[in-house]
Design a protein around this ligand. Structure first.
Ligand code: SAH
Length: 200
């Protein structure tokens, strides 16, 4: 997930204070704690990665969250991005396909007091239909194709941010917005590098 993105790209005060509030060292493996505040991606369990803080902040800002927002995250991983979302939004729903990661993140978020986050194990490509529609959707693994179920669960006026591209291709962060009349507007933002979204 190395990217040319820098934290200076981010100006939303709510996002910056959320980044300050979440203790990133709690989300990285013990032996990497000293590197928790470096602006780089770090390995977590099960061959996955926790994104570079600048990428987390930038993706969060693109969602234009308010204190009333209900957010869906795909790819809980360590739970770090979910915690950043939970600092700003009302409710966060996060789906993780690897049971061990889902379990660890659930315990960690509870221990840190994030009681507005719900984590569940499953295929995030299917979203979380019972809790839809969402004001914002963030996918933290690269999708070869944007899963149609996620688009369907994006509410009117909703924003989605998703890295698009295969594991060995160039990937780009895409922002989608569902405008009035159901028109979906897409914007291509930054080149990025994410682990793959594995569906099915
Ligand atoms: N947001 C995380 C980092 C995510 S790394 C954090 O802040 O730490 C990407 C995660 O997506 C990995 O944990 C991987 O297991 C998960 N993932 C990949 N495909 C998925 C799918 N179809 N559904 C749910 N999670 C998926």
């Amino acid at each position: 997930m190395n990217s040319r993105l820098r934290l200076e790209e981010v100006s939303d005060p709510a996002v910056l204070s959320a980044m300050d509030a979440v203790p990133r060292e709690e989300f990285v493996p013990g032996q990497l704690r000293e590197m928790a505040y470096a602006d780089r991606a770090l390995p977590i369990m099960c061959g996955q990665t926790i994104s570079q803080p600048a990428v987390v902040a930038y993706m969060t800002e693109q969602l234009r969250l308010t204190a009333a927002s209900r957010v869906l995250e795909i790819g809980t991983g360590s739970g770090y991005q979910a915690a950043v979302l939970a600092e700003i939004a009302r409710e966060v729903y996060s789906v993780e396909r690897i049971p061990e990661l889902a379990r660890t993140a659930t315990d960690r978020l509870a221990r840190l007091g994030y009681d507005n986050v719900r984590v569940r194990e499953g295929d995030g490509g299917l979203g979380w239909p019972e809790a839809a529609p969402f004001d914002a959707i963030i996918v933290t693994a690269a999708a070869a194709v944007i899963p149609p179920a996620l688009l369907a669960q994006l509410g009117a006026g909703g924003r989605m941010i998703v890295p698009v591209g295969g594991p060995n291709d160039a990937q780009v962060l895409v922002r989608l917005e569902r405008r009035l009349g159901d028109e979906i507007v897409r914007e291509y933002l930054w080149p990025v590098r994410f682990v793959p979204l594995i569906c099915g």
